[in-house]
Design a protein around this ligand. Structure first.
Ligand SMILES: *Cc1c(COP(=O)(O)O)cnc(C)c1O
Length: 426
């Protein structure tokens, strides 16, 4: 496979964009080499500037659950764009999408649209602090919630990929209010509540961790967090930016049967356009301006293009059989990988929940950041390059999930499994 055009573009990009990219993981630092520059996507496929074709398991890091350029979304976007891209005034589209989301995740009695997951989590924390009149929050090591200051502490994939413990530029006084517990360790959370009585505003968690590779919650873990937060007058915030409309139409909270106080969404609800949302109990959400004193605003928030892509994507996802189909495709991929590894007598672990999957170069499935971070990242880098050269666009980091979409066919999976077997064997 020839990457000459991409290489030239990457050199040029590095003159103007730090690292040549607009988001760190795209620069392939963890796996080496230079990233293909993409010109087009269609269904499960990506096409780069050198004319190479890939089966895509990044899917824009989650939003593209329908695959690239789904016809109904593209058609609706064309129509919407023709009517104007942003008004800075209310539209019926915002109400339509809010209603669809609230019906899917009933804990979100009210919600507010923003432009990214980062904005959603940042504001959810501001709101939780205002509501509880407390400053501290608890997050989990390896949990990523966007790049807001107080959340860039032990924040998983992006930082882990670059081996940055935490980011400079975050004032110590912010970081001090962020307490960190190991994922799947509710006892540690209980201890933090004990040692910080009346000070913790919220626990924020990815109900299925997907930014240290896929790490599902142990049975009872989320339930105990729900109890601990209630007993201590704190809120529990589910960061469902990845899991929302991914694990199921109703997200992780429906799958695990837990009602969070606040939920953050992003990725899928924007159908590939920039969107986030936060929402929850009416009593809490009514503290947001202009109904309440907690300020948050956005020039392009709820713009008609993003709302249209979200509405069309959720419409497609609400059809019967959609999640069953995704489950089947993803399970086939998982089984194929496990069989290939067994054939080669390789010790690795495949973590999967719904259409999220990570191949960990570890003997045991990781349960938290400590165990995930022991993965053989050099081995992963080789594996990644082997896959890329066979036309498989796998996430370029050991600590990111692969995303399966509705556009991935059985033949795609078959081809992928063969390529994975070759990559693992070489
Ligand atoms: C991607 C992600 C975010 C941040 O969303 P952006 O739109 O990239 O700002 C927050 N939380 C989780 C769990 C994510 O995966």
């Amino acid at each position: 496979m020839n990457f000459e055009t991409s290489k030239k573009l990457f050199e040029e990009a590095q003159k103007y964009l730090p690292g040549g990219v607009d988001s760190p993981v795209r620069a392939y630092k963890a796996v080496g080499g230079s990233p293909p520059f993409i010109v087009r996507g269609q269904g499960s496929r990506l096409y780069d500037a050198d004319g190479n074709e890939f089966i895509d398991y990044v899917c824009s890091w989650g939003p593209l659950i329908l695959g690239h350029a789904p016809s109904q979304v593209v058609k609706a976007l064309r129509e919407a764009a023709g009517k104007g891209t942003s008004f800075g005034a209310p539209t019926a589209l915002e109400v339509t999408l809010a209603k669809m989301i609230s019906a899917a995740l009933p804990s979100m009695e009210m919600l507010r649209f923003v432009n990214s997951g980062t904005e959603a989590t940042m504001t959810a924390l501001r709101l939780a602090r205002a509501f509880t009149k407390r400053d501290k929050i608890i997050k989990f090591a390896g949990g990523y919630h966007g790049h807001a200051d107080g959340l860039l502490v032990k924040a998983g994939s992006g930082l882990a990929t670059l081996s940055l413990p935490d980011s400079p530029g975050v004032p110590e006084s912010y970081a001090r209010n962020t307490l960190v517990a190991p994922y799947n360790n509710s006892e540690a959370v209980a201890q933090l509540f004990k040692s910080n009585p009346g000070e913790i505003a919220a626990v924020i968690i990815e109900p299925v961790a997907a930014n240290m590779g896929v790490v599902p919650p142990h049975p009872g873990f989320l339930e105990r967090l729900r109890r601990l937060t209630s007993e201590n007058g704190a809120l529990i915030i589910f960061d469902e930016v990845i899991t929302g409309f991914r694990l199921a139409y109703g997200g992780a909270q429906t799958v695990f049967g837990i009602t969070p106080d606040l939920t953050c969404l992003g990725k899928i609800i924007g159908g590939g356009l920039p969107v986030g949302a936060y929402g929850g109990k009416r009593e809490i959400m009514q503290m947001i301006a202009p109904s309440g004193p907690v300020y948050q605003a956005g020039t392009l928030s709820g713009n008609p293009l993003a709302m249209t892509a979200g509405i069309e994507t959720l419409k497609a996802l609400s059809q019967p059989g959609v999640y069953e189909h995704l489950e089947e495709t993803s399970a086939n991929l998982e089984e194929g990988i496990i069989e290939a590894a067994a054939k080669l007598k390789l010790k690795l672990s495949v973590a999967r929940i719904a259409s999220l999957l990570t191949i960990f170069f570890t003997e045991e499935k990781p349960t938290d950041w400590d165990s995930a971070s022991k993965a053989d990242t050099a081995r992963f880098g080789k594996f990644f390059q082997q896959l890329l050269s066979q036309g498989i666009y796998w996430p370029p980091s050991q600590f990111e999930a692969a995303f399966v979409s509705l556009a991935h066919s059985d033949q795609d999976v078959e081809k992928t499994v063969k390529a994975i077997e070759r990559a693992l064997g070489s």
